[in-house]
Design a protein around this ligand. Structure first.
Ligand code: COA
Ligand code: AMP
Length: 631
């Protein structure tokens, strides 16, 4: 009943509900206006409130006498380093680094791009921006220089903060040459680059532009927290859409802090002082919300882990970290557990560690397939919660609200809508569908606090991409159904976004890269099922007339182009040459049909197809190349 009561309260009287939640964080000026609409007609939360997110995450705990509590645990199996940072130490580090940024011209509203590996300094840089009221935009280290350049041009930062290198399994990846290349590629000119030199690799610094982090903090002036409006942006985080250009999701300060603070108890059932571990990366929304802001605002200890679930050094890595730091809640992508299961199917490594501290395992980022759910539950003996969310919302839309009431689990479902989200299933005309009927998943407006109010620099894209398809609703881009008990089942994206190892990628963007190859006349990239990564992209290419190139040679070149233009995380490893691509009469490539063929599913040939004979032809080619599941 606790869940139903809370859900009804949030739905029936959102203003009273969120006012109450807002009273649980410390404001510089408490909001009187709870829900209002901005000049674009978009719902905004706490518009007249003022606060500082860094204050909430750091200084407040020091003021409350918790300065000696550990704020960050750092564990890096790839370098062998481990460490702990208390809230007091974090306050000192953040205020000094904010001094570095301020001295280099960063003030409220300015943008700072952060391109860093999973080290505590990445968190320090984010919090330092928040302290000044500046807007950070973190770019995941697995993205290439070109992707970084696109984000630099869109966010137009004054400063880029980076490190000399990141460390992957047995491999040092130099970041600084990529930063230099990105700055050269970008048209926006960056005034300063601050580089953290790591012992594993020393970056060369450009005289007059680049600063060494350690030297710069030595004579920095510590900064206090700048008061910002609740609706001022805290960060921009780029995510993949259907086109090649990533979308800059804007997150405001006030709604974000209130929603995350609420989620720490309601969804994750945490208490202040406990240890929360999101085994993700600060480059993703999960990292923003649950490595950095959520746990710290709520007064938990967070864990910054620079490693993988496997191979650093083995499949016992997660269990070791849980045991060593007495982790209370673990949050990771299903792909991480699939990787552990693949290397240690019987979970033998668990015998070496105790999971006694762990209450629950949370998974998100992609669909939690029932076999992975069952394996994890059985081997760990812990409840496993699947929850569904997006970069756009910043926190879970559907979850098992374990802090209110742990509802019975249904494998394959992300359970029920979180209080504040009115989730509906709509047909193509925007009509509500009934239980068990599959359609587009939409959220009735207004969206609750923390959800994006716009796309950075392109409000029209926000309106067109999310609000126009179903007037009065936010269109999530996911499809699925709600069963008789109100449980939501996500069946996958309805657009051209794919999910590779929990990373959201655009097939449209990959197609743009493949199409730029001199031999390629037309192409299509589709996501096909992969036992480890959930989905992986494959490329289908049509050669230009008169061009003769070996399929393997072309594949090698295309794979290299994707790595260079997008980054290794795109994981495009296969491409084939096809004689034709199935299209509609209006010339649209039938990607869904291609996916059905690759996944060995029943193929539904749409009536709009231009030439049905193309289907058998492409089926044969894909079969020959071993690209049809079970073929
Ligand atoms: N910097 C540079 N390169 C990176 C990188 C980073 N931060 N992160 C990944 N890469 C590279 C990898 O080295 C790899 O390169 P390779 O093709 O040369 O081997 C490539 O990008 C793909 O990386 P990844 O998808 O991580 O594959 P993997 O084989 O190294 O590891 C898993 C597989 C399943 C262990 C890993 O994907 C994983 O832990 N996934 C969890 C994902 C996650 O946390 N998602 C966040 C959402 S909650
Ligand atoms: P991102 O914005 O990178 O977090 O990716 C969001 C997308 O990942 C969603 O739109 C879904 O397609 C997918 N996703 C995230 N969590 C889940 C989940 N629990 N179940 C199914 N799909 C999910």
């Amino acid at each position: 009943m606790a869940y139903q009561e809370e859900y009804s309260a949030a739905t029936e009287d959102p203003q009273t509900f969120w006012k109450q939640q807002a009273s649980k964080i410390a404001w510089f000026k408490a909001p009187e206006t709870i829900l209002s609409h901005d000049e674009n007609g978009i719902a905004r939360w706490f518009a007249d409130g003022e606060l500082n997110t860094c204050y909430l995450a750091v200084d407040r705990h020091v003021e409350l006498g918790l300065g000696e509590q550990v704020a960050i645990i750092y564990d890096s199996p790839v370098t062998g380093k481990k460490g702990k940072i208390t809230f007091l130490q974090l306050q000192q580090q953040v205020s000094l680094f904010a001094g570095v940024l301020a001295k280099n011209g960063v003030a409220k509203g300015d943008r700072v791009v952060i391109y860093m590996p999973m080290i505590p300094e990445a968190v320090v840089a984010m919090l330092a921006c928040a302290r000044l009221g500046a807007i950070h935009s973190v770019v995941f280290g697995g993205f290439s220089a070109s992707e970084l350049a696109v984000r630099i041009d869109d966010a137009s930062p004054k400063v880029v903060v980076s490190a000399s290198c990141g460390i992957e399994v047995n491999r040092v990846i130099e970041y600084k040459p990529m930063v230099d290349e990105a700055i050269n590629l970008a048209t926006h000119s960056v005034e300063r680059v601050v580089v953290l030199q790591r012992p594993e690799c020393k970056a060369s610094l450009q005289e007059g532009r680049d600063l060494d982090w350690q030297t710069a903090v030595q004579d920095a002036e510590p900064q206090t927290c700048t008061s910002v409006k609740a609706t001022d942006p805290l960060y921009i985080l780029y995510t993949s859409g259907t086109t090649g250009k990533p979308k800059g999701v804007v997150r405001d300060n006030g709604g974000h802090a209130v929603a995350l603070n609420y989620s720490m108890k309601t969804i994750y059932n945490m208490s202040p002082g406990e240890v929360f571990w999101a085994a993700s990366d600060v480059g993703w929304v999960v990292g923003h919300s649950y490595i950095v802001y959520g746990p710290l605002i709520y007064g938990c200890t967070t864990l910054v882990y620079e490693g993988k679930p496997v191979r650093t050094p083995d499949a016992g890595a997660f269990w070791r970290v849980v045991d060593e730091y007495k982790v209370n809640a673990l949050f990771a992508a299903p792909t991480a557990f699939r990787a552990v299961r693949k290397e240690d199917p019987d979970a033998n490594a668990l015998a070496n560690y105790s999971l006694d501290s762990l209450r629950c395992i949370f998974m998100a980022g992609e669909r939690l397939d029932p076999p992975t759910y069952e394996w994890t539950t059985e081997k760990t003996g812990k409840p496993v919660v699947d929850h569904w969310w997006q970069t756009e919302t910043g926190w879970a839309i559907c979850a098992n609200p374990t802090g209110l009431e742990a509802l019975p689990v249904k494998a394959g479902s992300s359970t029920v809508p979180v209080p504040g989200f009115d989730v509906q299933i709509l047909d193509s005309q925007g009509q509500r569908l009934g239980p068990n009927e599959q359609g587009a998943i939409a959220i009735k407006l207004p969206l609750p606090p923390s959800c994006l109010p716009t796309v950075w620099g392109d409000h029209e894209r926000f309106v067109d991409g999310y609000l126009t398809t179903y007037p009065g609703y936010y269109c999530s881009g996911d499809g699925g159904y709600i069963d008789d008990d109100g449980y939501l089942f996500i069946m996958g994206r309805t657009d051209d976004v794919i999910n590779v190892a929990g990373h959201r990628l655009s097939t449209g963007e990959m197609e743009e890269v493949l199409a730029s190859h001199h031999a390629v006349a037309e192409c299509s990239v589709i996501g096909v099922h992969d036992a480890l990564k959930g989905e992986v992209p494959i490329g289908l290419t049509l050669l230009k007339d008169g061009i003769n190139i070996d399929e393997e040679e072309l594949q090698k070149e295309l794979v290299a182009m994707i790595r260079k233009e997008i980054g290794p995380l795109a994981c495009l490893k296969r491409s084939i040459i096809v004689p034709r691509l199935p299209k509609t009469r209006s010339g649209k490539i039938l990607r869904k049909l291609l996916r059905q063929i690759a996944d060995g599913q029943e193929v539904n040939i749409p009536s709009t197809i231009d030439d049905p004979s193309c289907v058998t032809e492409i089926q044969q080619v894909m079969n020959q190349r071993g690209l049809v599941k079970n073929s």
